[in-house]
Design a binder for this molecule. Structure first.
Ligand SMILES: [Fe+2]
Ligand SMILES: [Fe+2]
Length: 240
């Protein structure tokens, strides 16, 4: 891989709903991210896990693009965040044996240590593909830093955290809360927002307010629709 954007929708193996969302805001480099995930060949990594990573990536990507737009960032930055959103958790796919197949069980402390490796692993994997800019890689590397300094991998706080990573943090927490997880059910959108307000110390307030404006706007409707679709789809999957 290396030449950007020469993927047709059919090659990305997306269904209609995903294709609409993936191609709504996303540019050629974002579709490259989907192709990279499909092409991963780690031992024990299933197609289903890749599909879940892509669904989650599409959601974070659309949110990140929209919030960047709400914050009136440049078109280039909006597109970079859309790109980063798709592949921000790619590092988790390399950690499969520690993280997957744990139906209805909260992740244990030991496993948390491995989870914490995924942002740096993700940046490494993507560096090898040489398809993403330094800004994209930096946003991915820091997407679990919390504004109060309690995040990882580097315990950065406040404005030390790259701006793109601060945007991804808000989008990622919301995306995780509103979708089904192996160890818990999804939360309603309003409940998810309440939970985020309780933990607002984790977020950059300017970004969080832009996120709230977006979630309460008409432009959010396609994303609400996509969340419902993702959850319906997850629930119909057989328990493994
Ligand atoms: Fe993550
Ligand atoms: Fe994530």
């Amino acid at each position: 891989m290396g030449i950007l954007g020469f993927y047709r929708k059919e090659e990305l193996k997306l269904n209609q709903k995903e294709a609409t969302h993936a191609f709504g805001n996303l540019t050629a480099p974002s579709t490259t991210g989907i192709a990279i995930i499909h092409g991963l060949d780690y031992e024990g990594l299933s197609e289903e896990e890749k599909d879940e990573a892509i669904s989650h990536g599409i959601l974070v990507s659309n949110l990140a693009y929209s919030i960047a737009k709400e914050l009136k960032l440049s078109k280039k930055t909006c597109e970079e965040l859309a790109e980063a959103g798709i592949v921000h958790d790619i590092g988790k796919l390399k950690l499969g044996e520690y993280l997957y197949g744990r139906e209805l069980e909260t992740l244990k402390i030991e496993e948390m240590k491995y989870i914490r490796l995924h942002p740096s692993l993700g940046a490494e994997i993507l560096k090898e593909h040489r398809c993403h800019s330094k800004e994209v890689l930096t946003s991915i590397y820091h997407h679990h830093e919390n504004f109060d300094g309690s995040g990882y991998p580097d315990n950065l706080s406040g404005k030390e955290i790259p701006y793109g990573a601060r945007i991804l943090r808000v989008c990622d927490v919301f995306a995780a809360l509103v979708t089904e997880r192996p160890y818990r059910s999804s939360f309603e959108i309003d409940t998810a927002i309440e939970l985020m307000i309780d933990e607002v110390k984790n977020f950059d307030m300017e970004i969080f307010l832009a996120f709230l404006r977006f979630v309460h706007s008409k432009e959010f409707e396609p994303i609400r629709d996509y969340v419902i679709y993702v959850n319906d789809n997850t629930m119909t999957k057989p328990a493994v």
